[in-house]
Design a protein around this ligand. Structure first.
Ligand code: FES
Ligand code: FES
Length: 159
C-alpha cells in the first residue's frame, strides 16, 4: 500500500491504496465518490471518465499513482453553490438519459469539449464524444443537451 494525497474536486483527500490500483476503484471504493461509473473496466465505454487537469481520462485505465499530481474532477465536483452546472442542467432539461449509467462520463466529456470549443457543431460533438457509449441509445438527446449547454448564458467558467 502507498499513501496518496489526491486533489479531487478542489479538496485534498488522503488515501492508501496499491499504486497500481485504478483511479476508478479508489474513487468509488475508497473515497465513496460513486458518481464515476464502472462500465467495461477496459477502456471501451468511457462511463468511468473523469477530468485530469481538465482533460477527459478513463479512470479504469489510470493507475492512482498516475493521477496523484493532477487536478481530478468527478461529476460530484461540477455543481457550484448547490446548483447544477450548465451541462448537467442541459442533460436534465433534454432528458438526455434513460438508465443514467453513461451520464457522468458524458457530462464530463461534454464539459471538456465546451471549455475547448464553446460553440461546437453537431459534427464536432459527435466526433469528440465518439468513445462515450450509451447502451440506452439516447445519443440524439445527448447531442441536443450539449448544444443547449453551449447556448447557456450561465456557462462562462462553469461548464
Ligand atoms: S469503465 Fe472505463 S472505459 Fe469502460
Ligand atoms: S442512459 Fe443508459 S447507458 Fe446511457
Amino acid at each position: 500500500m502507498s499513501d496518496f494525497v489526491l486533489k479531487v474536486n478542489g479538496a485534498h483527500l488522503h488515501v492508501s491504496a496499491p499504486a497500481e490500483e485504478s483511479l476508478l476503484s479508489v474513487l468509488r471504493d475508497r473515497l465513496n465518490l460513486t458518481g464515476t461509473k464502472y462500465g467495461c473496466g477496459e477502456g471501451q465505454c468511457a462511463a468511468c471518465t473523469v477530468l485530469l487537469d481538465g482533460e477527459p481520462a478513463r479512470s479504469c485505465l489510470t493507475p492512482v499513482s498516475a493521477a496523484a499530481k493532477a487536478n481530478i474532477t468527478t461529476v460530484e465536483g461540477l455543481e457550484q453553490d448547490a446548483k447544477l452546472s450548465p451541462v448537467q442542467q442541459a442533460f436534465v432539461d433534454e432528458g438526455a438519459f434513460q438508465c443514467g449509467y453513461c451520464t457522468s462520463g458524458m457530462v464530463l466529456c461534454a464539459t471538456a469539449l465546451l471549455r475547448e470549443t464553446p460553440h461546437p457543431t453537431q459534427e464536432q460533438i459527435v466526433t469528440y464524444m465518439d468513445g462515450n457509449l450509451c447502451r440506452c441509445g439516447t445519443y440524439p438527446r445527448i447531442v441536443a443537451a450539449v448544444q443547449r449547454a453551449s447556448q447557456s448564458p450561465a456557462k462562462a467558467g462553469g461548464q
